[in-house]
Ligand binder design. Sequence first.
Ligand SMILES: NC(=O)c1ccc[n+]([C@@H]2O[C@H](COP(=O)([O-])OP(=O)(O)OC[C@H]3O[C@@H](n4cnc5c(N)ncnc54)[C@H](OP(=O)(O)O)[C@@H]3O)[C@@H](O)[C@H]2O)c1
Length: 246
Amino acid sequence: MFSLLPHHYTALIVGASGGIGAAITQQLLSSSQVSHIFVVSRQPQRLNDPRITHLTLDVSQEQDRLALKQRLAAQPIHFFFNAMGILHDESHHLQPEKRLDQLSADNLAQVMNVNAFTPILLLATLQDSFKGTHPAVIASLSARVGSITDNALGGWYSYRASKAAHNMLFKTAAIELKRLNKQTIVLCLHPGTTDTALSKPFQARVPSEKLFSPAFVAEQLLAVIAQRTPDDSGSFWDWNGKSIEW
Ligand SMILES: NC(=O)c1ccc[n+]([C@@H]2O[C@H](COP(=O)([O-])OP(=O)(O)OC[C@H]3O[C@@H](n4cnc5c(N)ncnc54)[C@H](OP(=O)(O)O)[C@@H]3O)[C@@H](O)[C@H]2O)c1
């Protein structure tokens, strides 16, 4: 599937219980090229494949990031896919804001933490697994609404800002990682509107042909990733292989 990655490559997927994370895991398992997948989620998961090691961790917590680092023990990771993210959380009265007067410091901090700070802190914690000379793809789910150039509609302050921050953090990491391993490819990806728990409350006005299944999105994103080379590191792509302006 990935000509750039070796046969018997090792993958790490976080946010693996989510709609897109689970579909990516299934797609990777459908190929014999992957020899081992570390699958990380906060809830225990039942995944029956001998190539899977499931780790029940909350990587938004520092001690769990350190536990993951210890478990990986600096072994080379060839494919890291970040599928974690938050848009709404009913249990914390967190909804995407439509107006300035809906902003709250708590919600801004929570969305920033899950969508931007946690993924980059995880990369920082696990960097020994990406240093060296092995091919290493680091793909992290962003969103088109994080593009400042593309923002014509407004609204969704914290989510937009968190994805813009996510993109800046991964773009910056791409530059540093190139020095540590010439074979790294760091990518920010927009999956398109996908039928998952995250988009559920906002699907009413999405035409059915624009609401994708997680399986379709996983297939598309993996095809987009497979076409990238180290020269593309630090770039932003949509599910259809079109680059997105920051
Ligand atoms: N669905 C869409 O239409 C759409 C569009 C554009 C971008 N995206 C982006 O795609 C990514 C995946 O979204 P999805 O649609 O698959 O959503 P999802 O089904 O809700 O999955 C998101 C996953 O993120 C993890 N997560 C959420 N809050 C967390 C927290 N506080 N601490 C740690 N982990 C947390 C959870 O994984 P665990 O329980 O496994 O820890 C959760 O299952 C997100 O970054 C989202 O912004 C989605």
